[in-house]
Ligand binder design. Structure first.
Ligand code: G6P
Length: 616
């Protein structure tokens, strides 16, 4: 969703701001803007659409030369995606500029208060009230930029990460956060602050992260960069400098055409990284350091509620199947957005597992708060190290799949399912699973990176098969048991990036309505590797064939029978049933990718989507 970059240093800010905004493009946005200060005056340039439009505008209307500046990519919430709603927003006297991620929940009340004081608004956004409020406080002469920001934030409810500059204090950049990330990169002579590490890593790996309700004043003068961190009540807090765990290579395309295919192809290595130090075949042990202190609570848990949104919800649903199958604990999976508002029953003995790539999804974070308030033990299955969900859970397991840039989640899904498999074995071993059985699973887990490597070699074949049905606008994805959540994920991938209408469902459910959709040549993907429900899946395939559907089957390598029923067979190696999702999702990721490319779509920037959804 929205992204922030801010720069204070010796060079003109425009170039690092634009470079940073391009690194944040993947998060999804519909307008962008930058502001900087030169010769005691503020310049703001904004545009609707891509960063390239903003660059063209700067080239035609004049580049900004200020050495302190702020930039923003906006994903519209309050107010349409227009130039006047784009950030930065400014104070009434035009001296202060502000960019904001998050939502000011009481913006209507603040706007009314300011309008009664004859403040005129230029946009429909919630953000502008903050710019105007800070400006109004500053103009009284009783505040510095830092203390005006603190005072304004004391009036605000909601979530924010902000960066603010003032023409009257051209050496000072102020940033703050509550509920939305803000990272401050520090070099020898400059600050580069951003809402996302990917906009910082080309400058430095030395960072300070802010906690909720904290403000940082970042000044650059003859002594170099100086940072002062306080709470919004102006109490000084000391923040340690940390090393960023992201490399430039991880966030660059390299030889690939798109981040999505880069991340699909990385998956063998990603899985190896995820398993490193966690599986020990010789001892038949799963080691999850993050859960050790809570192992007894997990073993004695009476119920586990898994929650997340989007792809993470699909992984959570697989977590339910895995935990019930391997650890024999009753589970349920809930959309975080539903869970948080429906007065859920949580008692002692309930564990809530929040699954999230970004660790910042607003609904998942709120569901977590709800669960914790009601006394649940909160466990995180998160990719982004140090993210809000990772920090607010009692314990957790990181995915260690590296930053995911492609908006359509691929390697993070694999990592989420892999980690949930490890957690299920970790708990299962302490309940009913024998050491031999865990050792056998570990042997199979160790083979998975090689298996995925071999599936990825079918990429060209999958592209050719997809090209035969690329004109079809309606698809079904079906599966039974462990293959059902995989079918949901396959359908979501196709929808997200190719805009083809696709529905995933349990294969048997098709008969209860969706079968009416099937007409001659409709692509129907069956996730049907060998397993306990294989024969039932074949019956469902026959039902579709009888109505003219075109069958694309994901099937086990040595399955010779399937060819009689399917028009296309995508092969996956044989693995034990609980591990099948980790292989059968791979051909579906490739299928979605090739469909989008064949339709000439912008795979990494799908329309209307945001990578990290920080509003509910
Ligand atoms: C957005 C993304 C999805 C993602 C979902 C949950 O909708 O586009 O790819 O699955 O949010 O995100 P999270 O970061 O919590 O996994």
């Amino acid at each position: 969703m929205c992204g922030i970059v801010a720069y204070n240093g010796p060079k003109p800010a425009q170039q690092p701001l634009l470079e940073g905004l391009k690194r944040l493009e993947y998060r999804g946005y519909d307008s962008a803007g930058i502001a900087s200060i030169s010769d005691g005056a503020l310049s703001i340039t904004k545009s609707k659409g891509r960063i390239s439009v903003l660059e063209d505008k700067l080239n035609s209307e004049g580049n900004q030369s200020g050495v302190i500046g702020i930039g923003h990519t906006r994903w519209a919430t309050h107010g349409s995606p227009t130039e006047y709603n784009a950030h930065p927003h400014r104070s009434s006297d035009g001296k202060i500029a502000l960019v904001h991620n998050g939502i000011i929940e009481n913006y209507a009340a603040i706007r009314k208060y300011l309008e009664e004081k004859n403040v005129v608004f230029e946009s429909e956004t919630d953000t502008e009230v903050l710019a105007k409020l800070i400006g109004q406080l500053y103009s009284t002469g009783s505040f510095t930029l830092e203390t005006a920001v603190q005072a304004a934030l004391r009036e605000v409810t909601g979530a924010y990460a902000i960066a603010v500059i003032s023409a009257d204090e051209p050496n000072t950049l102020v940033v703050a956060r509550k509920g939305s990330p803000m990272i401050i990169g520090i070099t020898d002579n400059a600050f580069i602050a951003a809402s996302d590490a990917s906009a910082i890593v080309s400058h430095t790996t030395q960072v300070v992260t802010l906690d909720d309700y904290q403000v940082a004043r970042l000044t650059v003068n003859g002594h170099g960069p100086e940072i002062r961190t306080t709470t919004i009540d102006n109490d000084v807090v000391n923040r340690e400098i940390e090393e960023l765990e992201v490399s430039l290579e991880q966030i660059e395309l390299g030889d690939y055409d798109h981040f999505m295919i880069k991340e699909i192809m990385e998956q063998p290595q990603v899985l190896t990284n995820c398993f490193r130090g966690r599986i020990d075949g010789r001892e038949g042990q799963i080691r999850l350091g993050g859960l050790d202190a809570f192992a007894r609570d997990l073993v004695r848990a009476r119920r586990i509620v898994l929650t997340g949104q989007g792809t993470a919800w699909h992984a959570a649903l697989l977590g339910e199947y895995l935990l019930e199958d391997l650890a024999k604990i009753p589970c349920e999976t809930e959309y975080a957005s539903e869970f948080r508002y429906r007065n859920p029953i949580i008692d002692e003995g309930t564990v809530v597992m929040a699954v999230s790539q970004s660790g910042e999804t607003a609904d998942t974070l709120a569901a977590l708060h709800e669960a914790k308030d009601r006394g649940a033990l909160a466990i995180g299955v998160v990719n982004a190290v140090g993210s809000s969900i990772a920090r607010e859970t009692d314990a957790g397991v990181y995915l260690h799949v590296g930053p995911e840039i492609g908006v359509a989640s691929t390697k993070a899904f694999l990592g989420q399912v892999a980690v949930l498999t490890l957690i299920s074995l970790f708990i299962g071993r302490r309940r009913y699973l024998s050491p031999q059985s865990v050792a056998e699973y570990i042997t199979e887990l160790e083979r998975l990176p090689g298996h995925i490597e071999s599936i990825l070699q079918q990429s060209d074949f999958i592209r050719d098969e997809v090209s035969k049905v690329i004109d079809r606008d309606n698809w079904l994805f079906l599966g039974r048991g462990y293959n059902y959540p995989v079918a949901l994920e396959g359908a979501l991938k196709l929808k997200e990036i190719s805009y083809i209408h696709a529905e995933g469902m349990p294969a048997a459910e098709m008969k209860h309505g969706p079968i009416a959709l099937i007409d001659e040549g409709m692509p129907v993907v069956f996730v049907a590797p060998h397993g306990s429900q294989y024969d039932k899946a074949i019956s469902n395939i026959e039902e579709v064939r009888a109505r003219g559907g075109r069958i694309i089957a994901v099937a086990t390598e040595n399955d010779t029978q399937i060819e009689q029923y399917a028009d296309t067979v995508l092969r996956v190696p044989a693995v034990p049933e609980p591990l099948q999702p980790l292989v059968s999702v791979i051909p579906l990721q490739l299928l979605a990718y090739h469909a989008a490319v064949l339709r000439g779509l912008d795979v990494d920037k799908p329309r209307n989507l945001a990578k990290s959804v920080t509003v509910e």
